[in-house]
Design a protein around this ligand. Structure first.
Ligand code: ATP
Ligand code: MG
Length: 235
C-alpha cells in the first residue's frame, strides 16, 4: 500500500530523516516507535505532502506521490490525524464529521459512514449535538479519528493517538484502532510513544532512532526483543 524509499527530509540545513525506508502492507497496522525528536512526526508529514524530501520517494500503491500537494494526497485516500487534537471547537460533533466528508458527494454513503462512526464510537453518538470544544480530551481524540474515517481513507496516518489520555482511555483508543482496521479494512501507520500498546495493536513495527530506522520486524517479535524492551518498553 505504502512504500517509502530512502527519504531524506530536513528543516533548513538540519536533516531530520537520514534515508528512511519503510513499507506498509495493505490492510495492516504498522507501528512506528521511537523517542522524542526521532523524526516520527516528520515522517508522517512527509507522507501527507506537508514536507518535501530532499531525496527519496513515497509511493502509494505503486504511484509516486512524493511531490504531490497535500490536498491531492488527501484525494488519493491518505488521511493524516496530526499530533494533538485538532477538532473544530465551535462546531458540533456531527458537524465535525461533516467536515471529514467534504470531498464526498454521495449523501447516502456519507450517512452510512456517520452511522458506522457512531457504532465505533458510541460516546460520540451520545454527544452528536455537543460542541467539540467541550468534549473531554479522549472524546476529542475519538472525534479526530472518526472525522478522518468520514473521508473513507485507504491509508490512515495516526500521530500519537494516546497522547495525554488516562490509562483506561488509552486501552479504549487502541481497542478502537484495532476495530477500525478490522471492520473497515483501512491500512494504518501508527506513530506512538506508548510502544507496548502500539506493538500489541500492530502487525508490524519499526523503530526510528534519530532519523534512521534501526529495527523492523513483526510487532510481536519487537515487543519481546530484549533491546527494544530495555530502550522503549521500560524494562
Ligand atoms: N519546524 C521545525 N523546524 C526545525 N526543526 C524541526 C521542526 N520540526 C521538527 N524539527 C526537528 O526535527 C527532529 C524530528 O522531529 P519530529 O517532530 O519529527 O520528532 P518526533 O519523533 O515526532 O518527536 P515527538 O515524539 O517528540 O513527537 C527534531 O530534532 C526536531 O527538533
Ligand atoms: Mg511527534
Amino acid at each position: 500500500m505504502l512504500r517509502i524509499n530512502d527519504i531524506r527530509v530536513g528543516y533548513g540545513v538540519v536533516e531530520a530523516l537520514h534515508g528512511v525506508s519503510l513499507r506498509v502492507d495493505e490492510g495492516s497496522i504498522c507501528a512506528l516507535i521511537g523517542a522524542n525528536g526521532a523524526g516520527k512526526t516528520t515522517l508522517l508529514r512527509t507522507v501527507s505532502g506537508l514536507l518535501r524530501p530532499t531525496s527519496g520517494t513515497v509511493e502509494l500503491e505503486g504511484e509516486d506521490i512524493t511531490r504531490r500537494r497535500p490536498d491531492t494526497i488527501v484525494s488519493k485516500g491518505i488521511c493524516h490525524v496530526p499530533e494533538g487534537r485538532h477538532v473544530f471547537p465551535d462546531l458540533t460533533v456531527s458537524e465535525n464529521l461533516d467536515m471529514g466528508a467534504y470531498l464526498r458527494r454521495d449523501r447516502g454513503g456519507i450517512e452510512e459512514s456517520r452511522s458506522m462512526a457512531y457504532d465505533l464510537f458510541p460516546r460520540l453518538a451520545e454527544r452528536a449535538k455537543q460542541y467539540a470544544g467541550t468534549l473531554s480530551g479522549g472524546e476529542q481524540q475519538m472525534l479526530a479519528m472518526a472525522r478522518a474515517l468520514m473521508g473513507q481513507p485507504r491509508l490512515l496516518l495516526l500521530d500519537e493517538p494516546s497522547l495525554g489520555l488516562a490509562p483506561n482511555l488509552v486501552h479504549t483508543i487502541f481497542g478502537t484502532i484495532a476495530q477500525v482496521n478490522k471492520e473497515t479494512g483501512v491500512t494504518i501507520l501508527l506513530v506512538e510513544q506508548n510502544a507496548n500498546m502500539a506493538l500489541l495493536t500492530a502487525d508490524h513495527g519499526c523503530v526510528l532512532e534519530t532519523g534512521r530506522i534501526v529495527l523492523s520486524d513483526d510487532a510481536e517479535n519487537l515487543r519481546t526483543d530484549e533491546d527494544v524492551k530495555r530502550a522503549y518498553l521500560g524494562g
